[in-house]
Write a protein that binds this ligand. Structure first.
Ligand code: KG4
Ligand code: ZN
Length: 352
């Protein structure tokens, strides 16, 4: 089954053609980094406008690179949330228009389910059940994955996402947007023990939730007291910040995987491209006896191949979205509500 995936939830316009949820025939991403860089973060209205400009050329390029036409496509999968509403609407309306005009089945995909599915585009994918650490610019969650699209969120950040912390700290240090890659690169020459920073929510009673806003404030206070560092001092500060984020992420993942009795862990989302996180999670897996799966860096950040991969399973189950499918800025994963009420709920389905 050939699925056309479409994604525009934040600042990447993406289209991809994927066969049977696994084989990527094309994967086209138009990034808007240049549009948002002067502001140090995504400006929603500018994102929407750039998506409108890019969506048709990106779609055409995805079909051309896959060597197919719309006649060959069996179904359409499009991100319907969570994300910026104006941004989401661009791919969503494009997907709905194509589905209507061509009489093709359509499914809406939860953006995080897309990230969770990126790993199935590689040769070695984790069996079910497994634990997933979803770390992106908008989300930081620990998720139990029982099957394709059957997930339970065990914990999430109570304030900033890990990627958001990377981006805000990079802005503070004058490293441009998005900042994760720049901090990752600079950290390679820095001393991760140079600056002591707070590791919030690491005590056992904090469960599987995260908090990164205190770390961000600690970085702000450090810069206020000592100014923006340069040279080796800048590398040391970056390395200290990165090591702190990674230590928290790995420590909490380790604890959750042990408690849930799981043997397989995947990391996904933009921050999964971070070199220290990849290395430290692998090391933890070797020590504790769990296997770690991480998509290649280009599939960690937003793309439409992961949306097509997730959508394939919904389409194969016969699920269909109507043309009333709408964009949802906020779209909790199954389990999130139950967790907040203090009860666990397993195996709820996500997606439409
Ligand atoms: O998944 P993604 O493309 O978009 C969202 O769904 O949010 O993630 C983007 C985030 C940004 O915050 C970016 O700074 C971060 O991923 N990121 C990284 C790295 N590459 C991207 N963070 C740390 N290290 C990296 N190498
Ligand atoms: Zn994302």
């Amino acid at each position: 089954m050939l699925v056309l995936g479409l994604e525009s939830s934040c600042d990447e316009t993406a289209a991809a053609v994927v066969a049977d949820g696994r084989r990527v025939l094309s994967d086209v991403v138009a990034s808007q980094n240049d549009v948002h860089a002067p502001y140090g973060g995504v400006v929603p209205e500018l994102a929407s406008r750039a998506h409108v400009v890019h969506v048709i050329p990106v779609l055409a390029a995805a079909l051309e690179r896959a060597g197919v036409t719309l006649d060959d496509i069996d179904g359409i999968a499009v991100t319907y949330g969570p994300g910026l509403v104006g941004a989401l609407l661009v791919a969503l309306q494009t997907g709905k228009a194509l589905a209507y005009a061509r009489g093709l089945p359509l499914v809406g995909v939860h953006h995080l389910e897309g990230h969770l599915s990126a790993v199935y585009l590689d040769d070695e994918a984790p069996p079910f059940p497994h634990l997933a650490l979803v770390v992106s610019g908008g989300h930081t969650s620990l998720v139990r994955v029982d099957d394709h699209g059957v997930v339970c969120e065990l914990g999430a950040t109570r304030d900033d996402a890990a990627g958001e912390a990377f981006d805000k700290v990079a802005k503070l240090l004058g490293l441009g947007y998005p900042g994760g890659v720049a901090i990752d690169r600079l950290s390679k020459d820095g001393d991760p023990k140079a600056v002591a920073l707070p590791r919030a929510m690491t005590a056992k009673h904090t469960g599987d939730d995260f908090s990164f806003s205190g770390l961000k404030t600690a970085m702000l206070n450090h810069v206020r007291a000592e100014g923006v560092p340069e040279g080796q001092d800048l590398a040391d500060l970056c390395a200290s910040f990165q090591a702190t984020v990674v230590e928290v992420l790995v420590r909490k993942t380790r604890r959750a995987v042990r408690r849930e009795g799981l043997e397989h862990v995947q990391i996904c989302g933009g921050v999964a491209a971070n070199s220290l996180l990849r290395a430290e999670m692998r090391r933890a897996g070797e020590e504790d006896g769990f296997r770690v799966y991480v998509p290649p860096p280009r599939r960690c950040t937003d793309n439409a191949a992961m949306i097509a991969a997730a959508g394939y399973h919904h389409l194969a189950r016969g699920e269909r979205a109507g043309l009333d499918l709408n964009a949802q800025a906020s779209l909790p994963l199954p389990g999130a509500g139950a967790r907040r009420r203090g009860a666990g709920r397993r195996g709820a389905r996500s997606g439409t």
